[in-house]
Ligand binder design. Structure first.
Ligand code: HEC
Length: 101
């Protein structure tokens, strides 16, 4: 019991990850926050996608690129923890520049 409790505490603290740090670690080479790089800017992504679409593409671009309207994909798949996916998605969506009604 004690061990399970400890694991749970460690796991839930992972939800406090800073998306910017995760982004700089894995994505910075190809995506910039507000300007087009090799891949689209996070502002562009945030304006058009939901969190589910973003996470699906990070996890498995081979599966999702057609749904997003791409003819091919060159982005590598990232096997991250669910906390890291959430942190990245929140970070990307924080760049949304079109306000929803
Ligand atoms: C090797 C370069 C490269 C890396 C590294 C990379 N991307 Fe991409 N990404 C791309 C390219 C190019 C596209 C355009 C579509 C494609 O090729 O899949 C893309 C597309 C995307 C999309 C979908 C865009 C849309 O139209 O909605 C998301 C979301 C995304 N990337 C997030 C990330 C995140 C988060 C990371 C870091 C974990 C990352 N990418 C790392 C190159 C990259």
């Amino acid at each position: 019991m004690k061990v399970i409790f400890t694991c749970f505490v460690v796991f839930s603290s992972a939800f406090c990850l800073d998306g910017k740090i995760v982004f700089e670690k894995y994505c910075w080479g190809c995506h910039h926050q507000t300007s087009l790089a090799f891949g689209p800017s996070f502002e562009e992504i945030a304006n058009h996608r939901t969190s589910g679409e973003i996470i699906a593409h990070i996890n498995n671009p081979q599966e999702s690129f057609r749904n997003l309207g791409y003819k091919r994909t060159v982005m590598p798949a990232f096997q991250l923890s669910s906390a890291e996916y959430e942190a990245l998605s929140d970070y990307i969506l924080s760049y949304k520049s079109i306000k929803k009604e």
